[in-house]
Design a protein around this ligand. Structure first.
Ligand SMILES: O=C(O)CCC(=O)C(=O)O
Length: 278
């Protein structure tokens, strides 16, 4: 236990949590985040969303009553405490290994009237035969209570062992709802089938998604740090993408839902996954 952590003897140990994720695909660390950190994160999300003018999503996946703020680490220094919060990082390190990386960090504010999100696997863009070793491990931090009424995340236990990802619109029979009080964290293998629930309440459901990936899902020599943006701008378009200024399968490598290739050339044709869904 760290200074930052609340104590709760009913919470699984790190080893038990990793075992649950290996078996069921997910675990919940109840009330693990101190109240003052939860309150600070809510405030920082509100400030950052107001500053950015964050709008509702434009498709069923992002949610027509849901606001998402991507690229959180760049928004406010307070968010740097999230990916290194030990009780969660220890579990994610047990699922991947100590060399894991921050894959993405997003705030999700799901408002009343939000319909259920389609089922999906967060590693669905990875074209390996399934099941495979864990490549991503995702932590959803509950900044408000997650309840049946306000759209707690729905998961399909054991689906990280499936040999496929959900079909478009598929409604699995065997579901659990990750109901949890504010300050809890849902941690799951990125292969697990899941989606946000329906918000039938009259209040928002707020969470942070802290997505980790295996340390080997990257360049051997870090091209994004090795090259200045000016050097990359002088490359032909294909090479720009090959050093990281581009996206894979419409998703992997985006910044704030933008294809970084367009930073170097605004006329670059882009094929973002969100533009394909309606
Ligand atoms: O909001 C949730 O409960 C899940 C969100 C999610 O899975 C996603 O946006 O990929």
């Amino acid at each position: 236990m760290t200074d930052e952590t609340t104590s709760d003897t009913t919470r699984p140990s790190t080893a038990e949590a990793v075992e649950q994720i290996t078996r069921d695909g997910y675990t919940i660390l109840e009330r693990v985040v101190p109240d003052d950190l939860v309150a600070e994160l809510v405030e920082r999300v509100d400030v950052a969303m107001a500053r950015q003018g964050t709008a509702y999503g434009t498709n069923t996946f992002l949610g027509h009553h849901t606001r998402r703020l991507f690229n959180l680490l760049a928004r406010d220094p307070a968010f740097a405490r999230v990916p290194v919060f030990e009780p969660v990082l220890d579990v994610a390190s047990g699922v991947l290994d100590e060399g894991l990386l921050v894959s993405s960090m997003t705030a999700i504010e799901m408002n009343p009237g939000q319909a259920p999100q389609p089922f999906h696997a967060d590693d669905g863009s990875i074209p390996l035969p399934r099941p495979h070793v864990p490549i991503t491990c995702v932590a959803i931090w509950a900044l408000t209570d997650f309840t049946e009424e306000n759209g707690a995340t729905r998961l399909v236990p054991g689906s990280h062992r499936a040999d496929r990802i959900p079909r478009k619109g598929e409604q699995p029979d065997e579901l659990v709802e990750a109901t949890m009080p504010a300050g809890s964290v849902l941690v799951y293998n990125g292969s697990v089938w899941h989606g946000g629930g329906e918000n039938r309440s009259d209040a928002r459901r707020m969470g942070l998604v802290s997505n980790y990936c295996a340390g080997w899902v990257r360049h051997e020599e870090n091209q994004l740090l090795a090259l200045s943006p000016e050097q990359v701008a002088a490359f032909p378009p294909r090479l720009r993408r090959m050093v990281g200024y581009g996206i894979y399968r419409g998703l992997i490598g985006h910044v704030d839902q933008v294809d970084p290739a367009t930073w170097l050339d605004p006329d670059t044709a882009s094929d973002l996954v969100w533009d394909r869904i309606r």
